[in-house]
Ligand binder design. Structure first.
Ligand code: NZQ
Ligand code: ZN
Length: 387
């Protein structure tokens, strides 16, 4: 097991009607709040009204920045930074999913920096400080509600890049599973895929002695798999929604990565796809992950066979571990398909045109992944396997 520091300081408030606490959680940081949200789902569901009322009850002055798109853009982040500086904002409140939270994080970091915020994403500068961020989560998926990272897209070149810093972790995150009842099935499935991918990225490690985190990862994966079809068929099933919501946070709050080095190659490859094609991150992962698995499984047959056995109940064939490993990959791909995800680029209407460009862009700052280092040609082969 590797040495590690684990500190996840986000205060989590989980349960029914807990968004009513947003005013009292926010006022701790000051009286001027930037309310940041997406394309309007929170207005349709009535969440917006409840959040505003709770903020006003605490005497908070609200400024708004709306219109965050999935795969959030740096152009809106720049607007947010200017607004926060002009109004001396004390807290950015993100009400929505990973895109809104990531946009809030980038704004929060940009406010404390004199240069252009994109410097953080193309490696020219490092985040050192941030405005405080609060969250009311509406989609379990990205895990951004407790993560220290943010992923932003720059329309200039269609680069989707990430950065992170401990101060970017939200100060509080409110998770009410009922808020996820209104999610379209497709978004629910994208979220399920993303949280599974966050666990898989950590699971496929070269670290040998990581039994506890292996088993925690397997438990979280099994919980997600057990509840996925229930939330899709019965979207107002509170208990299943709650399991999925909590799993989404656990998948990416760093606990499951303790003592090990995760891979993250599939995420980086996916960011190239959603950066250019603007598809949902979860859908991109359903396409990339099985292809990545097929490309690298021989690197550690034991680990892939363990995964097949403990997560998918595939019987281990000691005479043919490769067969066991391949069965686990097949089951993973079939599961993504069964929840309505594309598992091939062509199913997402993506052809061969930009594969080489994606492989080149993705590796221009060095090889991807840790379990197996992926150079430009490896990425290209994985993308071809995903066609
Ligand atoms: O914009 P609105 O109208 O709110 O609609 C959203 C959006 O269209 C809708 N939605 C959200 N909650 C809803 C709802 N519709 C109905 N009812 C609700 N309760 O869902 C759509 C998708 O929202 P989005 O925020 O884009 O989804 P998600 O949470 O999956 O976030 C994806 C982004 O997170 C990044 C991804 O790359 C992607 O850009 N990630 C961030 C990470 C992080 N910061 O740690 C890690 C992840 O690996 C990921 O890369
Ligand atoms: Zn992800």
């Amino acid at each position: 097991m590797q040495d590690f520091v684990f500190q996840n300081s986000t205060k989590l408030i989980f349960g029914k009607e807990k968004e009513q606490l947003v005013g009292q959680e926010s006022v701790v940081f000051g009286k001027k709040v930037l309310l940041h949200y997406g394309g309007g789902s929170i207005k349709k569901t009535g969440l917006y009204d409840r959040v505003v009322q709770s903020l006003l009850e605490q005497g908070i002055e609200i400024f708004e920045l709306t219109g965050v798109q999935p795969n959030p853009r740096v152009s809106l982040v720049r607007e947010g930074i200017a607004l926060c500086k002009e109004k001396s904002i004390d807290l950015i409140l993100a009400v929505g999913g990973g895109s809104v939270i990531d946009s809030a994080k980038a704004i929060a970091a940009g406010v404390k920096y004199d240069g252009d915020v994109w410097d953080f994403f193309d490696g020219k500068a490092e985040v050192t400080d941030c405005l405080p961020i609060g969250v009311v989560l509406t989609i379990p998926a990205a895990g951004s509600e407790t993560s220290e990272g943010t992923v932003i897209t720059n329309g200039d070149g269609w680069y989707k890049r990430s950065t992170g810093h401990p101060t970017m972790r939200p100060k509080f995150a409110i998770l009410n599973p009922i808020l996820t009842y209104t999610l379209p099935a497709y978004q629910t499935a994208c979220g399920i895929t993303d949280m599974m991918a966050h666990i898989l990225e950590r699971y496929f490690t070269n670290e040998k002695s990581v039994e506890l985190t292996d088993r925690l990862c397997e438990a979280a994966l099994r919980t997600i798999i057990n509840n996925a079809h229930t939330v899709l068929e019965d979207p107002t099933n509170y208990d299943a929604r709650a399991e999925i919501m909590w799993s989404g946070t656990i998948a990416h709050n760093d606990l499951l990565g303790t003592g090990r080095i995760g891979d993250w190659g599939s995420h980086d490859i996916e960011h190239e796809i959603s950066g250019i094609y603007d598809i949902a991150h979860g859908a991109g992962l359903a396409i990339v992950f099985p292809a990545w698995m097929k490309y690298v499984y021989k690197h550690d047959l034991n680990r892939f066979a363990q995964f097949a056995n403990r997560v998918w109940d595939v019987e281990i064939d000691l005479n043919n571990l490769e067969k066991t490993a391949l069965k686990g990959i097949e089951k993973t791909e079939a599961f993504f398909h069964s929840i309505g995800m594309p598992v091939r680029l062509t199913e997402a209407n993506i052809g061969e045109e930009h594969l080489e460009q994606m492989a080149k862009k993705g590796t221009e700052r060095g090889p991807l992944g840790n379990f197996v280092k992926l150079h430009e040609n490896d990425v290209l082969q994985i993308l071809k396997l995903a066609l």
